[in-house]
Design a protein around this ligand. Structure first.
Ligand SMILES: Nc1ncnc2c1ncn2[C@@H]1O[C@H](COP(=O)(O)OP(=O)(O)OP(=O)(O)O)[C@@H](O)[C@H]1O
Length: 395
């Protein structure tokens, strides 16, 4: 057991670690997507299929492996078609994540959250319809239309004035970003899930529509009922006025990174990362790590470098050597046979006419993980002679 572990640690290369890291990152993204966006049943189906595939490979079930092999292309295309919306969403989120640029959702100070909360509660009390949107990390430009630039400091009075029914700018949504009232009168996409908006009309449909196609959130105040609703992650929920601040803070905390996420969500995130790494290591052990040593024989060219211009190699001139290499399957996978050569330096002749070299020390470009078992010929002997017109050349 210790011996095997030792062998494993010794044989692992930097490329293997990179391999595991890339697969672990991809698995982590998939797990997060399955956890956050996809349905539970889809997650279960994906896990069951994964286990069946691993078992089939492990037990060498030829037919099942073939079914997966050929079915995977069709499945991939079907997944791309079915989840195109989520994929686009995911790429946008990735491109705008904090790894690539600074988060634009600055954490607003408590005063700003309180100001918005009070304004929303006031409008709910007075049955003033309102729609306020807060962008997440994904760009919103693709989803919204219209809008008038405001770039105003957030204040209760300004929000109440904008949404006052007699105000010419009360129609549409207000966009809050960078701790400013950025725009008013924005036109949002409408949802088609009418069952979710119950008695609500187009204002609620617009809030939910935006939350379906982006990671933005929207607060809606109903003019008719005086209720406050929150649209996020494709759901619309009626919330209490007292909870508005908490929802806003939680949202901005998430946007600003790990800093103020609660312990539970951090624990879940670490568990997801750990699961992704363990899964990647398992896959690597199952499919990439090979302890079996195999041998391959290759014919490699012999190159003669820096032959003086006045000399040439007399026939028979050895042009190829047979090399038998041994190593693991992955080590052979990174070998490029076209780069292999026996490279001989002919420069320092010093009057000698017969030269001999050992082939093995002159073999170039073999990966470190491969061993030379045999070379034929072991020694290359060449005879040099003056080129017939070498005197003329020298003159
Ligand atoms: N696509 C849209 N994007 C943004 N705002 C919209 C959009 N469509 C309608 N609105 C806003 O919704 C208002 C109409 O609200 P409507 O009464 O139809 O909706 P509601 O959900 O029933 O809201 P309320 O409960 O306040 O009546 C419009 O005056 C306009 O301000």
């Amino acid at each position: 057991m210790w011996f095997q572990l030792n062998e494993l640690v010794e044989s692992i290369r930097v490329a293997d670690l990179l391999d595991i890291a890339i697969v672990a990152s991809l698995l982590y993204l998939t797990f997060v997507w399955l956890r956050d966006r996809a349905s539970r049943s889809l997650g279960i189906v994906a896990c069951v299929l994964g286990v069946i595939f691993l078992l089939a490979r492990w037990l060498d079930l030829y037919l099942t492996t073939m079914a997966f092999h050929y079915g995977s292309v069709g499945m991939l295309i079907a997944m791309v078609v079915v989840f195109q919306h989520d994929l686009r969403h995911g790429f946008e989120r990735l491109a705008s994540s904090r790894w690539f640029r600074r988060s634009h959702a600055d954490l607003p100070c408590r005063k700003i959250v309180d100001t918005i909360t009070e304004a929303v509660a006031d409008m709910a009390d007075n049955r003033i319809g309102a729609l306020i949107i807060f962008p997440g990390r994904e760009p919103l430009e693709r989803h919204v239309r219209g809008g008038i630039d405001v770039d105003g400091k957030i204040s209760q009075q300004l929000l109440l004035s904008i949404f006052h029914p007699k105000s010419p700018g009360h129609d549409g949504a207000v966009l809050i970003t960078q701790n400013r009232i950025a725009q008013l009168g924005l036109h949002l996409p409408l949802t088609t899930q009418l069952s979710q908006i119950h008695d609500g009309g187009t204002r609620h449909a617009a809030a939910l529509g935006l939350a379906e196609c982006s990671d933005a959130i929207a607060l809606v105040v109903s003019e008719e009922r005086g209720t406050i609703s929150l649209a996020r992650d494709s759901t619309l929920t009626v919330i209490e006025p007292a909870d508005v601040a908490e929802h806003l803070r939680a949202y901005f905390c998430e946007q600003s990174g790990d800093g103020c996420r609660n312990r539970e969500s951090r624990r879940v995130d670490w568990l997801t990362k750990l699961t992704a790494v363990l899964a990647a290591v398992t896959l690597w052990l199952l499919f990439a790590y090979h302890t079996d040593t195999i041998q391959r024989t290759l014919v490699v060219p012999i190159e003669y470098r820096n032959l003086p211009a006045t000399l040439e190699i007399d026939d028979p001139k050895p042009t190829h050597a047979e090399v038998t290499l041994s190593g693991s399957e992955p080590a052979f996978a990174v070998l490029n046979p076209r780069e292999l050569a026996v490279s001989l330096e002919v420069k320092d002749v010093n009057g000698r006419r017969v030269l001999s070299w050992q082939t093995e020390p002159n073999l170039v470009n073999i990966p470190r993980e491969l061993r030379v078992q045999n070379m034929s010929p072991e020694t290359v002997i060449v005879t040099l002679r003056e080129k017939p017109n070498s005197h003329e050349l020298a003159q």
